[in-house]
Design a protein around this ligand. Structure first.
Ligand code: CP
Ligand code: NVA
Length: 314
């Protein structure tokens, strides 16, 4: 069987996603019922972190143990990656000893080089360009709350046509939202400060049909089904902190912005959040926010993803 990697959202088809969301719901139900499910006994996941993480580490690590497997945790500082061993050599070596690799790093080119020299599937745990595991969790969370079919299953059919308002940086999260909209048939309203726009080429989307650009974040939120944002300064861009603080001052999700969205609109944030910067405490801690479900669902969708990459359609 050819190896499949998950390096960006567009690596999978709509059919793959339908399968993953169905499996995530089943795997989550088992977890909630304390039902043991260990299809990955004797399998090992290597996690390589070149940037900090709380959710990604805990969700992959706990998820792998729950499925019967084990985990090796590497960082730049405590491995030869930090002492200039070529990424290609690291891939050749690590992938001879484990069954699956998750990487959080800087440029997308780095994870692509690793994957092209790996004997086992590679998962993107965040790069400067993309964060596909997060959007997987975000879509699952939205469907759990708003798009269940008659049998209580997450429905991609019901997701079609929805409007997601992206308020903030044209970053890895924004790019991945655009890929998801392009593939799954919903629309993203993007509002970024000038100089921080999304770049269609970097986002890797085929057309502009699935997103609309708004200068005013208020206009982007009008009629939205979901309002979402992210930190003003992503990891790796800390030197731009002060300039970004000034540029992003009006890109804060306030109760006023939420009031322009549909009355049943949800609020999401991949976390970590900065209350008083990109989001008001009243919004993230308010009734429309589903950020804790969103964080928890990282684990359930990634368990489904690891199962799919290692075992296929079980
Ligand atoms: N949302 C997310 O990826 O969180 P961490 O940076 O804590 O992994
Ligand atoms: N855009 C943020 C997401 C953190 C989970 C970053 O890359 O730092």
């Amino acid at each position: 069987m050819a190896i499949r990697h998950y390096l960006q959202f567009s690596d999978f088809t709509a059919e793959d996603y339908a399968w993953l969301f169905e499996r995530a719901a089943i795997i989550k139900r088992k977890f909630k019922a304390y039902e043991k499910y260990q299809p990955l006994t004797d399998r090992t996941l290597a996690m390589i972190f070149e940037k900090a993480s709380t959710r990604t580490r805990v969700s992959f690590e706990a998820g792998m143990y729950q499925m019967g497997g084990s985990v090796v945790h590497l960082t730049t500082g405590d491995s030869q990656l930090g002492r200039s061993e070529p990424i290609e050599d690291s891939a050749r070596v690590i992938s001879r000893m484990v069954d699956l690799v998750m990487i959080r790093t800087f440029g997308q080119d780095k994870i692509e080089r690793f994957a092209s020299h790996s004997r086992v599937p590679v998962i993107n745990g965040l790069t400067n360009e993309f964060h596909p595991c997060q959007i997987l969790a975000d879509l699952f969370t939205y469907m759990e709350h708003r798009c269940l079919d008659g049998q209580g299953r997450p429905s991609l059919d019901r997701l079609r046509g929805k409007v997601v308002a992206w308020v903030g940086d044209g970053n890895n999260m924004a790019n991945t939202w655009l890929q998801a909209a392009d593939l799954l048939g919903f629309t993203v309203h993007v509002s970024t400060p000038s100089g921080y726009e999304v770049d269609q080429g970097v986002a890797g989307v085929r057309s502009t049909e699935s997103y609309r650009v708004f200068q005013d974040p208020r206009e982007a939120c009008v009629g939205a089904d979901l309002v979402t944002t992210d930190v003003w300064t992503s990891m790796g861009y800390e030197a731009e902190n002060e300039a970004r603080r000034k540029a992003f001052a009006d890109w804060c999700v306030t109760p006023d912005l939420m009031s322009l969205a549909k009355p049943d609109a949800l609020f999401m944030h991949c976390l970590p959040a900065h209350r008083g910067e990109e989001v008001d405490a009243d919004v993230i801690d308010g009734p429309q926010s589903v950020v804790w479900d969103e964080a928890e669902n990282r684990m359930h969708v990634q368990k489904a993803l690891m199962e799919y990459l290692l075992l296929g359609k079980v």
